[in-house]
Design a protein around this ligand. Structure first.
Ligand code: ADP
Ligand code: GN1
Ligand code: MG
Length: 363
């Protein structure tokens, strides 16, 4: 079957309105295959997001979907009655058999979401108010999920933010050096090794387990085009038990620098203090009510650690032959690693000042 007919066939398995009139690849995600599907219904067009889950990354796609089904139903119940409630949660469209997902003849897992109209994503923050909005949206998300009834969500990728384990995986990739690339990444390998001592700090801090998003890239928030509000948190594959600071840290990584994640001009990469300040304010506006003092004290550090962690993941993938993250050019993962490490350095230079700011804003 051609790729296109696979997409069309999968689309046909969901309870979409009208007839499918077209589809196109959509978004900039590194993991799943995402399509914008358009249907013609009642003389108009209705859009959907259709996704094929990456089963190399998610070994148990049914578990991913069970989590997402529970989480989206809970969020929908929490937001019912709010203005614009249907646009505040990515709502799953059931398959024709009534299930929340569809497995095709090749064993691929598909899901469909209602498209949130009048909203957009950004790769880098365009203003401090956007940074505030993104951080507030993720803080609100954590706050809403604090009341999810048991059982515990399934860990869709075990040890996802276990930085020491990520470091061990990097070490393995360096030792194996299957593509003979270690010599091309000497400065990055040295940088990683110099920072090994920070890897265990969050795990050792005895912080409370919460339900967290775990992939809080700026482009996983939809912003309302009219108001700029961070209206909807998307990309729920990794919502699972975690630390609040995994989410805050990844926001620092993707929201405070004006440069894209794969920028080659490292002179453009920097932790911009006003963006950080807006993020802390936005996050605390939703999360202060449940965050412990220990969590608040580590907000700035989490930005450094998660940026480092994602950097070593890019580096390990480069050394292992680019098997995990989608790539669009030669050396893409090494470029991504370099921007992460540059940002770690920038955070290091400002960490004390960042800590002082947090102290002045926290309870
Ligand atoms: P990935 O896991 O590959 O990052 P995402 O779930 O983040 O995939 O989706 C990729 C992109 O598709 C997002 O960045 C966003 O632009 C768009 N998108 C995803 N879900 C929706 C939705 N329900 N409504 C509108 N746009 C969406
Ligand atoms: C991946 O799916 P996406 O593009 O939102 C990755 C994140 C990384 C990120 C780096 C499941 O996120 O962990 O931080 O790329 N997702 C997974 O850009 O590994
Ligand atoms: Mg995404």
């Amino acid at each position: 079957m051609s790729a296109a007919s696979g997409v069309l066939q999968a689309a046909g398995q969901f309870q979409l309105q009208g007839q499918v009139s077209g589809f196109e690849p959509y978004g900039n995600g590194h993991i799943n295959d995402t399509y914008l599907v358009t249907c013609s219904a009642n003389g108009g067009a209705v859009r959907y997001i259709l996704q094929r889950i990456n089963r190399h990354v998610f070994r148990n796609p049914a578990a991913v979907m069970q989590n997402i089904e529970r989480v989206t139903l809970h969020l929908a119940a929490m937001t019912a009655g709010e203005s614009d409630s249907a646009r505040r949660v990515p709502l799953l469209i059931p398959a024709r058999d009534g299930r929340a997902w569809h497995v095709d003849g090749e064993g691929e897992t598909w899901r469909a979401y209602r498209f949130v109209d009048g909203a957009c994503t950004y790769e880098t923050a365009q203003s401090t108010s956007q940074a505030f909005q993104a951080a507030r949206a993720f803080g609100h998300f954590q706050q809403q999920l604090a009341s999810l009834p048991p059982p515990r969500l399934i860990e869709t990728i075990p040890f996802f933010h276990d930085t020491p384990k990520r470091f061990a995986a990097l070490r393995q990739a360096i030792d194996a050096d299957v593509c003979n690339r270690a010599a091309l990444a000497r400065p990055e390998i040295d940088f990683a090794q110099r920072h090994e001592s920070i890897t265990a700090a969050l795990l050792d801090a005895n912080l409370p387990e919460r339900i967290t998003h775990n992939d809080t890239k700026l482009n996983n928030v939809l912003f309302d085009e009219a108001t700029g509000e961070g209206i909807c948190v998307i990309d729920l594959d990794t919502v699972m038990p975690g630390l609040a600071l995994y989410d805050f840290g990844d926001m620092v990584r993707t929201t405070t620098s004006p440069a894209a994640e794969d920028e080659r001009d490292l002179g453009k990469v920097a932790m911009q203090f006003p963006m950080f300040e807006a993020m802390v304010r936005g996050y605390l506006s939703a999360a202060a009510e449940f965050l412990s003092e220990a969590e608040q004290n580590l907000l700035a550090f989490s930005g450094k650690l998660i940026t480092f962690e994602v950097g070593i993941r890019f580096l390990a993938d480069y050394l292992a032959g680019d098997t995990y993250f989608k790539m669009h050019r030669e050396g893409h993962n090494l470029d991504r690693c370099r921007t992460q490490f540059k940002l770690v350095e920038s955070i290091e230079r400002q960490e004390e000042e960042m800590n002082r700011l947090v102290e002045s804003l926290a309870r």
